[in-house]
Design a protein around this ligand. Structure first.
Ligand code: ATP
Length: 271
């Protein structure tokens, strides 16, 4: 059961080319995670410590997990993912045990990239740390901090984490030697949306009447994940109409469907 809490991928297939609209973030992640893994001598010679941990923060579905996978791919590192919510366990000592297992596994499989998604689940500011559930979460966080503190930064293991709730984080995890490199990953701007549309339609048969610039204006405010599912939805509309070519009308229908879904989510009491 313990192994199931972790996702281990010896060779993730995501590349930087699959990530659109966040070029600055890709560059920052490469500097902070990839360079220390691929060229540790450089850091040793210059005498600088690479960042200990990299924290990606921003709204859901913006490519944070993709960034971590792409770095692991590029450095031929094992990708080891753990969801923060998995670390929040009922039984005393279980969360801390999982944290130890996580770092042990990484040491066995190095080079490795550890990615802790939803880190806020274990590292939130607590209003009431007296309740027993919170105390257990606190212990899990302490274990994580102690693993990070006891860590040689020039080793073959890099640590990344992600959160949608940066404002909730306990400052203890942001201290030097812990998650000391923060990278914000926002929703894409229209130019970024065009790139994401291009990436997700690479394999699709797109008609000439589809204009990504125009679509991008309409899709302002959507996440990369929203745009990815929109392209799939547009393809489904074409199939429903028994066409092999995806037309503008299919994207329009897909956008309409997406808006309807958004509306029904925002009506109170409607499920
Ligand atoms: P969460 O915070 O919900 O865990 P996340 O930021 O980790 O989300 P990902 O899991 O990386 O988001 O992205 C989900 C999916 O959305 C990806 O598999 C991809 O299809 C698409 N996607 C998201 N962002 C991008 C992007 N910048 N470029 C291309 N595709 C993207």
């Amino acid at each position: 059961a313990r192994a199931q809490a972790m996702e281990v991928d010896a060779s993730p297939d995501v590349t930087y080319d699959d990530i659109g609209g966040i070029d600055d973030q890709v560059r920052e992640v490469r500097e902070a995670v990839e360079d220390p893994l691929s060229n540790p001598e450089m850091f040793a010679k210059v005498g600088v410590e690479p960042p200990s941990g990299v924290l990606l923060h921003g709204p859901p579905g913006t490519g944070k997990t993709m960034l971590a996978k792409a770095v692991a791919n590029e450095t031929d590192a094992t990708f080891i993912k753990m969801a923060g919510s998995e670390l929040v366990r009922k039984f005393i000592g279980e969360g801390a045990r999982l944290v130890r297992d996580l770092f042990e596994l990484a040491a066995d499989r190095e080079p490795a990239v550890i990615f802790i998604d939803e880190i806020d689940a274990v590292a939130s500011k607590r209003t009431d740390s007296k309740t027993s559930g919170d105390a257990e979460v606190q212990r899990t966080m302490m274990q994580l901090l102690s693993e990070m503190d006891g860590f040689d930064d020039r080793g073959e293991i890099r640590i990344m984490a992600a959160t949608n709730r940066f404002d909730m984080l306990d400052e203890a995890i942001l201290r030097p030697g812990r998650f000391d490199r923060l990278i914000e990953v926002p929703n894409p701007d229209p130019e970024g949306i065009v790139k994401i549309l291009e990436i997700h339609t690479r394999e699709m048969n797109i008609a000439d009447d589809v204009d990504f610039e125009e679509l991008a204006e309409e899709l302002d405010g959507q996440s990369g994940a929203d745009i990815a599912s929109l392209t799939t939805e547009a393809g489904m509309f074409a199939i429903r109409d028994d066409r092999t070519e995806v037309r503008r009308v299919d994207f329009d229908d897909a956008i309409e469907k997406m808006r309807d879904a958004e509306d029904s989510r925002s009506i109170p009491g409607h499920t």
